[in-house]
Design a protein around this ligand. Sequence first.
Ligand code: MN
Length: 377
Amino acid sequence: MSKLWANSGDSHFLEPEDLWRSNLPPHLAELMPRSERDPSGEFETVHVDGQSFTRKLPGAAQAEFLEASSRAPGARDVAKRIVDLDEEGIWGEVVFPSLGMWNASFRTREALREAIKVSNDWACSEILRASPRMVPTAQISMLSIEDAVAEVERTAELGFRAVFLPTTPPSSTPDYNRDDWEPFWSACEAARMVVAFHIGTDPVDFSAGENLGAFFRGPGAAVLNYTETTFSGQRATMKMVASGALDRHPDLRVLVSEGGATWVPFLADRMTEGYRQHHMMVRPKLSRSPQEILYTQVYASFQHDRSAVGAVTAMGYQNVMWGSDYPHMEGTFGHTQDTLHELFDDVDDQTRYRVTVGAFLDLFPEVGAPPALLTTT
Ligand code: MN
């Protein structure tokens, strides 16, 4: 079985847990998230930015899940990660942060702005500078669009090529279809920063206690909750298309990671029908159809989906990008070669190259194609 190589539109890095506390001045460090365990070992109290939430500690199944999601040797170490990637057959990868999940829990503008800077400076020296194969995503504050603009410009200067946005802003911040975001979209377009949404990153309400992150309860809840996270990326994309944000910024590119691919042709049909049939109510008018905007400016990464390649061959949507989701449980770590062969052995060379390499290089050309491909073709 020959080795297949691919670039990956979706991976994650675990930052040091004390990164923020140990790099911020004391008056901000004390606002950073920290956890205290109840003596019984059943509950923990999480303190973040002057708020405290008590929640049940993970049960056995959840603890096993969390452990499995960080088990890969390179989860926290770039040198070990490169060894893993070479073994798996992955060349370049988009890398999402992990501490960013706290973003929506902050209330103090200065605290979040400075914590984000620490994260980005760390990702710059430990990931971006460590290997040209890594495309770390910059983080931005979701408490102030002005701060977000400043940080996206600062990180672009450092060499970042993508910025991570949660799929929904916190309730205190305008939603992505609002014109308040216009300066941010302009800054991203001017700096050629790809807007990278990762599914399942809607704000987490830590006061929800043991219901944390659970949209559904009861029979089937694990699969229901897993599937539900997918829709957040679709909603974020719809807002950027319908509001005209992508139409006004034709050089802006959006990547939605981990959410599959056939939803883009599906949304294109629905949005184009709505735009045409409800034309008397549609504001703003767009210079191109929703389908054209989606098909040219939106990229979608998937890991196992059997239907994703068909989005290219049967639906004419070319911006389908494979992703490993390393090192998470939903990803392909440990079976990447099996997955790539299952997906691509019966696919023509041009389509396979498009999904495993070409779409990625549209967004991040400096990463290049896997050298193994260049020597054999
Ligand atoms: Mn992922």
